[in-house]
Design a protein around this ligand. Structure first.
Ligand code: DOR
Ligand code: ZN
Length: 350
């Protein structure tokens, strides 16, 4: 059997990314800008990005953090609330905002201002459907009675199916899907539905949160994110979806930096930091199932096509070459611990 040792791709994009603000922003933007031509930037700042003017100002702060010599385009989003006005959608579209993010209130990091009942947002969703502005969905219910591991599946049945029925031509991205049920839902949906998949959900199942690599008991907070890692059968279903060649699935890292001391904490934050080695992590996941030939579509074409944006023209090269991920990275006054820190990677971006 031939092993492939080098892979050249059209420069990829990250269709789901957290960059934060201030010193944290300056620390992480260079990692993404080195790997990706564009990224969809999540609006869950404190306070959230809820107006076109705030999105434009945030874009300027991101651009100011891009290292000289790198071309990187942040694609901005608004944070949907119960009171986001339909007029703001028109202003956002004019200002170049590319999408609006739905966080069910309380579902994840900085989601307190999120939506309490999706029906309250219907006039805004109508404006988005008219303007062709996609809705990006954190697809988990927040009912405390629902088991954490079932929240995505229950969201599909109780929220997403009715939403889709009421807005048949609204573009919806089911973000960071984590289950077989979500992959199946997206596969069977119309062309107005797409989904992002993270590298960590392709590479790890929920054992990674609770067991050391060798198998012994170890609580590993750097593997804790939301939606949480699921069972192996779900990981396999995600790998099948990502490597199927279906244009509905595309790359979205959900790279989400937190200060290390807030992850290694009695009440630790959700989020995995993967931006440093994102495309290499995806290459590993695709390589593991002999599907490197499907990486370019997933990483560089399907997302741009879904959003109606031009494909990138630059190229990047990955080589099979082991390298060690640093254990910690500077992060303002704190430290940032990347996923795989202190461990070896198989692929390296040239
Ligand atoms: O793990 C996560 N972290 N999931 C999210 O949905 C948000 C993100 C963050 O902002 O930290
Ligand atoms: Zn996210």
């Amino acid at each position: 059997m031939n092993t492939i040792d080098s892979l050249t791709l059209t420069r990829p994009d990250d269709w789901h990314l957290h960059l934060r603000d201030g010193a944290a922003l300056s620390a992480v933007v260079p990692h993404t800008a080195r790997q990706f031509a564009r990224a969809i930037v999540m609006p869950n700042l404190k306070p959230p990005v809820t107006t076109a003017a705030q999105a434009v100002a945030y874009r300027e702060r991101i651009l100011a953090a891009v290292p000289a010599g790198l071309a990187f385009e942040p694609l901005m989003t608004l944070y949907l609330t119960d009171v986001l006005a339909p007029d703001e959608i028109v202003r956002a579209k004019t200002a170049g905002v590319v999408a609006v993010k739905l966080y069910p209130a309380g579902a994840t990091t900085n989601s307190d201002a999120g939506v309490t009942d999706v029906r309250k947002t219907y006039p805004t969703l109508e404006a988005m459907q008219r303007a062709g502005l996609p809705l990006l969905v954190h697809g988990e219910v927040t009912d405390p009675a629902i088991d954490l591991f079932d929240r995505e599946k229950v969201f599909i049945d109780t929220q997403l199916i009715p939403l889709r029925r009421d807005f048949p031509e609204l573009k919806i991205v089911f973000e960071h899907i984590t289950t077989r049920e979500a992959a199946q839902y997206v596969n069977e949906a119309s062309a107005f539905t797409g989904a992002t998949i993270t590298a960590h959900h392709l590479l790890y199942n929920r054992n990674a949160i609770f067991l050391a690599a060798g198998g012994g008991a170890a609580l590993r907070p750097h593997y804790y994110c939301l939606p949480v890692l699921k069972r192996e059968e779900h990981r396999r279903a995600l790998v099948d979806a990502a490597t199927s060649g279906s244009t509905k699935f595309f790359l979205g890292t959900d790279s989400a930096p937190h200060p290390a001391q807030l992850k290694e904490h009695a009440s630790g934050c959700a989020g995995c930091y993967t931006a440093l080695s994102a495309i290499e992590l995806y290459a590993e996941a695709f390589d593991a199932v002999g599907a490197l030939d499907k990486l370019e579509g997933f990483a560089s074409f399907h997302g741009a096509d879904f959003y109606g944006l031009p494909r990138n023209t630059g190229r990047v090269t990955l080589r099979r070459e082991p390298w060690l991920v640093p254990e910690t990275l500077p992060f303002g006054d704190a430290q940032l611990k990347p996923l795989r820190g202190g461990e070896s990677m198989q692929w390296r971006l040239a």
